[in-house]
Structure formats: structure tokens, C-alpha cells
Design a protein around this ligand. Sequence first.
Ligand code: ADP
Ligand code: ZN
Ligand code: ZN
Length: 747
Amino acid sequence: MLAKILINTSVNTLNKVYDYLVPENLEQEVEIGKRVQVSFGRGRDLEEGIIVRLETEYELPKYKLKEISSVLDDVSYIDENRLKLAKYISYVYFCNVYDALKLMLPPGTKSKNSSKSLETRKDKKVILLKSNDEIMQDIESNVIKSAKQIQLLSFLMYTDNVLISDIEDGLSISRSVISTAKKNGYVDIIEVDKENDFLKDLEVERTTSLPPTEEQKNVIDGISRYIYDEEYKQCLIHGVTGSGKTEVYLQLIERVLDQGRKAIVLVPEISLTYQTVERFVSRFGNDIAILHSKMTVSKRKEEYKRIKMGKVNIVIGARSAVFAPLDNVGLIIIDEEHDTSYYSQTKPKYSTKDIAAYICKEANAVLVLGSATPEISTYNKAINGNIELFEMKKRAGDAKLPQIDIVNLRDDRIMGNTSNISLKLKAAIQENIDNNEQTMLFLNKRGYNSYLTCKDCGYVFNCPNCDVAMTYHKSNNLLLCHYCSHVEKNVHICSKCGSEHISSYNLGTEKLEEELKEIFPNITVLRMDADTTIARDSQQKILDEFKHNGTDVLIGTQMISKGHDMPNVTLVGIIGTDSLLAMNDFSASERAFSNIYQVSGRAGRSKKEGRVLIQTSDTDNYILKAVENNSYIDFFDKEIEYRKTFGYPPFIDILLFEISGVNLQDVKDDAEKLYNILNYNNQNEYRVFSPRSPYIQKLNNKFRVNVLVKAKLNTKIYSQMYGKIKIYNTKKKKNTLLSITKNPIFI
Ligand code: ADP
Ligand code: ZN
Ligand code: ZN
């Protein structure tokens, strides 16, 4: 037997397939889609490959064919359809087929040395052996010196009892760092029985469908038509927060199952919580597989197997679950379709919506997108008739939309209030405390946290590896780079001018918590941000505690904006709005609008009326005006006009070519080369912009320069681009790297 094998190599032959013989003893094992080991080229190491074709009748070539060395997988997840999908991905996202296929393999499928040893029944956890005070002392007195040790221990001080795999993945800390900490007596590693997953204790009562509201009924009936006809269709449910979109999803899934077909439900990683999943499990029972990046790798593999073996009718998961090996898909739902987590930020940088649309088209299935604040390009397609639009304008049940007010911070300054909590917000929080109602304070994302700056010369403490300010964590006196995890212990002297006048700058969630406690010493406060939620379940625990213990205030980043029902939350304060409005990026406005609007939607989700206060110095801003009027359309109309005028998606496609490397001059030279090649013989079918440095010029010690192309992508332009990339690859320097992003969300 002859096998055609796609080799996993970074060599630029990209998608070339090679012939290998299948030795007799492996003939039973080989199957299309299974990974194998083969010797390739002159290297003595074995390379990994995927079988893409098997032939029993073939002609032997003149040269001697090599044999497959071993078969790595016991199950194949890749069939002809998947191969086709991989080819599509490789074409539209400029990646090689192998990288595209990797998306469809079970998570954690490691190359080489097969994975069988992973299947143990035990998990390993790390526990702290010393108190926080002892550790702090050792850090201050230089007993603990290594940055990695400090990073590990300071993390454990706040979240003890974590799985090794979580530490490795979440903090990018290697096993040897943990071993060192163990050797020095700070931690111990214990074996525990493997937790099934975060649904282990999910005891749910079965629920039946709610009688739909008028609006819900229209949507369900409208979309069901396509489900019954098994017709490919894209639908957008534009429904205000709390309009009952989830109930619509549930009833649509029921109909797909009635048809004997299956469904995939995608939610943003951040809202893939117990509560979300519970709503599906309570309706459909154990028919469901859940794919979550915080589940253990072996658990995710088990889920993959269950899906592949046909034991599952519904898959719920984040972005990558779109690749779940589910047969007979009749419906894919993408909830909160505007969420940026649907854009992969690692190679291949795909758009989940594009992939889902492709899969649905191939399978004659229905793609349902849902959001209160659809992505501009999605809504534009809906208006142009390429997506069928369904509107839901009212909240389900008795809940009313909240009252939204804009608070002018300039008034506070005139009154002499320099706190981050305006007088109006302060009064509103007080009123809520008096009424025993709960408050959420939303602070714009972590990147705008405290920096350390020098009061005398203005120096900002930057990461030595990256071109960004390090974030200051007051609770453990550390500076941390959120891009490369570089850690520095609290610095006392300015490294530029030697001054000792160092202060933390800007506003972080920790600092807000402090201010709040100063104003209201007796209230209970919880904080939820990327630092308090690294460990599995921590996000859920915080939300549960907030909901059930009646904590007065929850402070958080946009994490708190995701769909959890908190009936007693009647006040939402939005702080740090101005920095959200100031980001200069073509899609920044739409993210700002959806963030602010979604957070506002947290208020008044039950019978109690809700109130939202948005603090800003920019009271005339059109984004805030649209939020205040509860009008997505107001925002959309302005935004689409802007995109049209200045030539941005959806009117034009953007290709972002990024050259990176350790040597800045080489990177610049290659960018110039690429620019010239792209521009050569360009008949005005696309526009190439001169090389420029991105906002963050250095990341992880690599310099980056971008070349931007604006074009209306079609097959002709694609093939021109491929031709030019080929030429560039023959001329580029060895130590630079080219990566291409189609329609990036940040440029
Ligand atoms: P969305 O996903 O649009 O934000 P949800 O599906 O979470 O909205 O619904 C908001 C609330 O309304 C939930 O508490 C839900 O149980 C309730 N709800 C939804 N549909 C109905 C209905 N048909 N009748 C009564 N309550 C409903
Ligand atoms: Zn860094
Ligand atoms: Zn200084």
C-alpha cells in the first residue's frame, strides 16, 4: 500500500505531499487523517505527517520509497471533508494545510513520542508550604531571586491548590520552575484523583421550554423554516440584552435534534461558565459535550472521542469548538457574535464566523449569529440581505431596559473631587447600600492598569523585552509584563534619573477597590479581573459568591459584562470610559460601544429597575450618546459612514503583513523588500502602504514592522498575493519571519 503524506515542516514547500510505503504490519492501522512518523529529508530525526490518501494500486517510482515508521493515532479525526476545510483555511488565511489540520486534531495532541502516557487517572496539584508573609519576606530579603520563582509564588499566594497544567498553560511557567520551588521547600506537588471537569457536580433539574414571547416566536418560526428545509442560511438575531436569545437557541436546537441532526453552540471563552452550560444541560441532559480550554487536556481528548464516536448531539465550547468532529451538523449558533475572541490571534489567524459559514454551507446547515451589539460588518451584511435579520427589541419577562445617564467628570473637577468615583456615582452606591441592592463597577481592561512612573522625570517602567509598560501589582509589590510574563520586584529608584519619587499611575481594579473602601469602609467588595481568575473555576466562584452572599459591590474588567443573571444588581457604574474611547484603531469604536452597552445591560435584569452611570469627560461622544439612547442603530449609522469614507472593512479587505525578527535593521530591510515586491506591477487593484511600526514595536525581544495592503479580495488578487509572497520568500533574510493576517481586528 502507498500512503500520500503531508509533512509537518516549516520548510517553505508549504503543502507538498510525499509518497511513502506502508509496511505490512501497519496496514491495519493506517487510515486517512491519522498522524504518522516518517523519516524525511536528510535529517535522522523522524518527522510527523498526516496521511491524506491511501492507494492500493500504484506504480513504483524509479527511486526507492521510504516506509512509514509508526502510526501515532488510534482514532482519525480527519476525513475528506476536513481535508477540504483545511485547504480552504490554508488558502484564505495564507497558512499551510498542516497548520490548518492541527486545528481539527484533539487539543493537546503533542507531536512526537505519542500521547499514550498522558492517559493517567491522576492529576497533579501544587500547594504552598509557606505562609504569604514568609514568602513576601523571602522575596524582599532576596532569598528568592529568580523572576520566574517570584512569578510562580506570588501567583500561588492568591490561588493555592492549582493544577500543574494550569500553571504551565496559564502562566507559561515550566515544570522545572515548579521543581525548583519544591526543592527549596516552598511548594509541594500532590497527586489527586482526576476531576471529571467543571460539570462534575452539576446536579441540574430538567427544564422544559418556556412558552416563547411574541418576539421569540417570530424568530424561532422564521429560522426553523430553514432548519426543516435543510437549507444553508445565515441568520442574525439582533436582540437587546435580556431579550431571551438563549431561550431561542434552546428551542432551535430542539428542532434540529427532531430532524435527527446535531448542533454546535459557540460562546466567548469568558462566558463559558457553569451557568451558561447549566442552561443547556438542564434542557438536553447528557447529550452534550463541552470543550473548554480550562478543562484538562485529557478530559478534552475524551470529549473529542465521545463526539467522534457519535455519542453526542450538542457541542458547546469556545472558538475552537467550531472544529469539533461532529457529524451531521444542522445548526451552528455563535452567541455574542461581536466578541473578539472569535478571531484567533495565533497562526492560523482565522475568523470563527467564516469557518462556521463554510461548514454550514457544505452541510446545508443553518448558521445563527446572536448579539445585542453585532459586529459592524455582520450587521451590514444583514442590511444588504446576505444574512437574514431578526430583531428582538424587548426584554423577556417583566424586566425593563435600564435608565442610562452620563456623568460629566468635569463637574467633579470643578467641585474639587479628584477621586475616580464621581459624586453622583458615590451617591448612587450609597442609595443602593441603603436599599440592600447590589452594584457592579466596570473598569476598562487590564492594559490600562497601574504603571509605575517617576514623578521627577516621567519615566515609565517598561518591560526590557517588550515595548510596553509593565503593570504594577500593589498587593505583592511586583511589576509584571502581561505580554511576556517578565517580572521585576518592586523598584525603588528610577532607572533613568535615580529619583526615589516613584508612584503608580493610572487606574487599576486594585486601586479602585482601595478608593472604594476608603469612601465606604464598611461595605463588602469583590474583585474580578485577569489576576484573580487564572485558576480554574475562580471566575465562577467570584460570581457565585457575589450572587448568593449579597456582596455590596463587584469591581471588574469586562469579564463582568458577560451574560450572568444577577437579579439584585440595580446599579452599574462605568469608570475609565475615556481611555476606552481614545484607542486609535479602526475597530476601536465598535469594541468601545459594545463593551459599554453590554456592561450597561447588566443592570435591572429582573423586576427591579436598573440604573447605569457612565463617567466621562467626553459627554458629547457619539458612542456614549448611542448607548444613552439604547440605540445600536444610531451607532451603526455613524460607524458605517466612517468605514466607507476612510476605506475600512466591510468595504475593503485588509491584509496585514508583519515582518518580525531580533535584528531591527534586517526586519526593516525585509519590510522594504516586501513593500516593493507587492507594489511591483500593481495595476491599482489594491493599495500598499509604506512599512510602519506597529503600536508595540518590540514584543518578546522581537522587532516588528508592518506592511498593510487594502484590497477587495477575490481569486485574482489572492493569486497575485500568493505569487508575490513566493518571490519574497526567495529574497528574504533567514532570520526574519513573515506572518499574514486577513482583516485583523487590531492594526
Ligand atoms: P439574552 O440571552 O438575550 O441576554 P436570556 O436568554 O438570558 O437573554 O433571557 C433573559 C431572562 O429572561 C432570563 O432570565 C430568561 O430565563 C428569561 N426568559 C427568556 N425567555 C423567556 C420567556 N419566554 N418567558 C419568560 N422568561 C423568559
Ligand atoms: Zn515583556
Ligand atoms: Zn526619573
